[in-house]
Design a protein around this ligand. Structure first.
Ligand code: 13P
Ligand code: SF4
Length: 351
């Protein structure tokens, strides 16, 4: 870590970060991060860039450099609307790719070379083509946590913030819903649909099953699949007045045992609007710190053994290097981009 430069912009940034994060980040680290953030913000102007930050970014980054923070849906909208030359996406690769799909004339940068996602890695374009051959004419809904070539094979995209609205917008008896098994099961439960998840080997387990509305896939979020009903029982035993919020990438049992389920931004809004004495978020654990930074009166319990290794790739140091060296640029072949854009645009129109 370098010594802090005594200039006004750094002092102001340090004071603003300290006001929000004094309980979360040690002081010497805040000073160092304030210096990095000021340099990033200076370069951002020089490059005519916009910085988009997902709700899972680490607290000092989240509260210093993004022009906009939000969930996947909100950030897709901001990416589509920006007139800046450069979009720096502080999130993971599928999010940066979605920005490029929606706004192809811009230079889109992801600060870390490898910031993937277990859901996006769980399915290929060839898998989707096979599913479509197996269930001809059945529309395919893809969660936004997929890569561009997979989106290009699908009819419509959705996020955790609009999955139910997207499903309800389709006039279809059956739907293929990929790749998150748990999100598909949660949406099926909420919309009163019956779901099957075919095994990887042919139709094992489907013999005799003829009435179903959703065909799912076996993808899982490596973070959210770790939360269990046992965790919830243990926390409620110790803190009976806790209000528990679960992301819909958690298992249906965990969602059912929680008090609320919604996208990352929906969870933040719920905490801000609620007067519960304490909260437990079943999601990536930086978000609890970010909420506390903006709302010091909220008491957040932490299950911080659970972090997203991909979101955690994005640091202030790498974001600075990204703007200095204009790395790592996202490219999507035009033929794939055009087809993927149809699915994403169709979702954006729904809301
Ligand atoms: P949101 O769209 O709710 O922000 O979720 C993105 C994500 O990857 C959650 O794990
Ligand atoms: Fe992917 Fe899960 Fe990380 Fe979200 S939290 S980016 S779904 S691995």
């Amino acid at each position: 870590m370098t010594l802090i430069k005594e200039n006004t912009a750094v002092q102001e940034m340090y004071a603003s970060l300290k006001a929000k994060l004094h309980d979360v980040v040690p002081d010497f680290e805040l000073r160092y991060k304030a210096e990095l953030a000021v340099e990033i913000n200076r370069l951002k102007v020089e490059r005519n860039a916009v910085i988009l930050g997902h709700n899972y970014m680490e607290p000092a980054l989240f509260h210093s450099i993004p022009d906009f923070v939000g969930d996947s849906l909100e950030l897709s909208r901001k990416a589509a609307q920006t007139d800046k030359d450069v979009i720096v996406f502080c999130g993971v690769e599928f999010m940066a790719e979605t920005a490029k799909i929606l706004n192809p004339s811009k230079t889109v940068l992801l600060p870390a070379e490898k910031a993937g996602c277990s859901l996006a890695a769980s399915i290929t374009a060839e898998d989707v083509r096979r599913l479509k051959a197996q269930y001809p004419g059945v529309p395919v809904v893809t969660y936004i946590n997929t890569y561009a070539d997979v989106k290009a094979e699908c009819d419509i995209c959705c996020t955790s913030g609009n999955a139910v609205a997207v499903v309800n917008s389709l006039d279809a008896e059956r739907i293929i819903f990929i790749p998150d098994e748990y999100l598909a099961r949660n949406v099926a439960a909420e919309t009163g649909k019956k779901i099957i998840v075919p095994s990887l080997q042919s139709n094992i387990g489907l013999e005799g099953v003829d009435s179903y509305d959703f065909i799912g896939w076996h993808g899982r979020c490596e973070v959210h699949e770790k939360f269990t009903v046992e965790d919830i029982r243990n926390v409620r035993a110790q803190f009976p007045d806790v209000y528990i919020l679960a992301h819909p990438e958690c298992s249906p049992d965990v969602v059912a045992a929680s008090d609320f389920s919604g996208s990352t931004t929906a969870m933040i809004r719920k905490v801000e609007a609620s007067h519960a004495p304490r909260f437990l978020l079943l999601t990536e654990c930086s978000m609890g710190d970010n909420i506390m930074g903006a709302n010091p009166d909220k008491e957040m319990l932490r299950l911080c053994s659970v972090r997203c290794p991909h979101m955690n790739q994005i640091t202030l140091e790498d974001t600075l290097a990204s703007l200095e060296k204009m790395q790592y640029e996202i490219h999507v072949p035009e033929e794939i981009r055009v087809r993927a854009a149809r699915a994403v645009q169709r979702m954006i129109e729904i809301g």
